[in-house]
Design a protein around this ligand. Structure first.
Ligand code: ADP
Ligand code: ASP
Ligand code: MG
Length: 443
């Protein structure tokens, strides 16, 4: 059985939903994972935030606009009166629930979208898209089963997926329908250990698909989106990028982690561990080849560039470091204590620089580090990451990297940490120019 995930744009209108129905309507058994229609989760976040700030009028306005959009979708999606009515009933249930949460006591949550009322609001996008899609298939007399993700997707106390629970419960759900071939479920949403509604973080539907793929030992996980696979550079910033036909799990994981938005960063690991191929496909151009991600190395050299914003660099300098041991241990212990992962690291004899992505505990980290040495913090940095197989062993390309970067301020360079990655830290305002320069020089 295959798993096919369709992202926000792929189900972003009535017309697009009809196209997805055509793509999934065949004899192959499959689980179809849907995101919310594009823009919906953003609106739901805005609603949560407005409610948190007690701006009820603003929240109401966004809810009304969103609801209006969905009523139009229902009108365009269904042709039979009975189904139009059912579609409207579905909307009225979900929007009713969103409105009912406006009365909840929100005082104990730090930020509404991280509290229970907020998470319930955020979950409505995927519940509506799958509900409407399943109803459309029914109208079209296409036999399918709507599997509630909240019955089997669960995260543990560390917000990590509970693979054992997912496998047990999804298997049980599927066994209820031995003769069915087409299953629809929600991406992104899950329950936590307390049985409350939770989610796999923004963009998490990709992750849902790979977790389901592993749980059912799927032959392939397909991520259907609005572009024909992994491109060799970020198409939002650079022109003339092109799709890469094959990537290894490691290359794809690195690119996704370092900012290639096309894949949620956690998606690759479960698939890699279970050795399940992941295929990226374009819903608008289904005949395009896309990208196949497997355990096979795919030719040496730099294949792609990605960039991750919102990075903070921290330099710790101490003369005591000279010829001393144990200095790095002390530095790392601070980050461990504040549960903050380090991405990049470079060292000299008297200083060490590290980068972090999560700066929520920065103030306390800096306070502790000051006990070890002088501390310097640079905010608004970007990691540009060059990825390919066996880059270290390839000759004759590194001058192209440095030539391209010659006139840019480079804060850190990390080379040799792995065989397939070079990372460079730059001020974020240089990102577009750096990506373009590298693109021109390398591809
Ligand atoms: P979906 O809603 O289907 O999950 P996303 O918007 O999350 O889609 O991801 C697809 C988008 O990722 C593309 O439209 C593209 O702009 C962006 N993107 C960023 N980097 C890359 C890359 N290296 N290759 C392809 N797409 C990328
Ligand atoms: N709808 C969620 C989001 O916008 C999850 C996803 O699209 O993958 O973040
Ligand atoms: Mg996405």
């Amino acid at each position: 059985m295959k798993v096919l995930k369709f992202g926000g744009t792929s189900v972003g209108s009535a017309e697009r939903m009809k196209a997805v129905a055509k793509l999934v309507f065949n004899d192959e058994p499959k689980i179809v994972v849907l995101s919310a229609m594009s823009g919906t989760t953003n609106s739901l976040v805005e609603i949560s935030n407005a409610l948190y700030k007690n701006k009820t009028d603003q929240a109401n306005e966004i809810i009304n606009t969103l609801e209006e959009k969905y009523y139009k979708v229902v009108d365009e999606l269904f042709s039979v009166k009975e189904f139009k009515e059912k579609g409207k009933e579905l909307l009225s249930t979900h929007f009713g629930l969103i409105r009912s949460l406006m009365g909840d006591d929100l005082s104990d949550t730090e930020d509404l979208s991280s509290g229970q009322a907020g998470k319930k609001i955020l979950s409505q996008g995927e519940l509506i898209s799958t509900g409407l899609f399943h109803l459309y298939l029914t109208e079209q007399k296409i036999d399918s089963v709507l599997l509630p993700a909240l019955n089997f997707m669960r995260i543990d106390t560390n917000s990590e997926p509970d693979s054992y629970y997912i496998k047990e419960n999804l298997t049980r759900e599927l066994q209820l329908y031995p003769d069915k071939k087409l299953f629809i479920t929600q991406g992104y949403i899950c329950k936590n250990l307390f049985g409350e509604i939770d989610n796999l973080k923004r963009g998490g539907s990709d992750y849902t698909a790979s977790l389901i793929g592993v749980a059912i030992n799927s032959e392939e996980v397909q991520i259907w989106t609005d572009i024909s696979g992994f491109h060799n550079n970020d198409p939002r910033y650079v022109g003339n990028t092109f799709s890469i036909s094959q990537l290894s799990f490691d290359e794809a994981a690195e690119l996704a982690y370092f900012g290639a938005k096309v894949l949620h960063p956690s998606t690759v690991l479960p698939a890699k561990l279970a050795n399940i191929p992941v295929r990226l496909k374009n819903t608008m151009k289904p005949d395009d080849e896309g990208t196949l991600i497997t355990d096979k190395p795919t030719g040496d050299g730099i294949k792609a560039i990605a960039a991750k914003d919102g990075i903070t660099a921290i330099k710790i300098k101490s003369d005591r470091m000279l010829l001393a041991y144990g200095f790095l241990t002390k530095v790392f212990q601070v980050f461990e204590h504040f549960e903050t992962p380090i991405d990049m690291i470079t060292t000299s004899e008297v200083a060490v620089s590290v980068t972090i992505d999560d700066a929520s505990r920065l103030r306390r980290i800096v306070e502790e580090l000051k006990k070890i040495g002088e501390v310097e913090v640079s905010k608004n940095m970007t990691i540009v990451c060059l990825v390919g197989h066996n880059i270290m062993n390839q000759k004759g390309y590194i001058h192209k990297v440095f030539e391209a970067l010659n006139y840019f301020p480079l804060r850190m360079i990390s080379y040799g940490g792995s065989m397939h990655n070079i990372s460079i830290l730059i001020p974020s305002e240089e990102k577009k120019a750096v990506l373009e320069a590298l693109h021109k020089s390398l591809f």
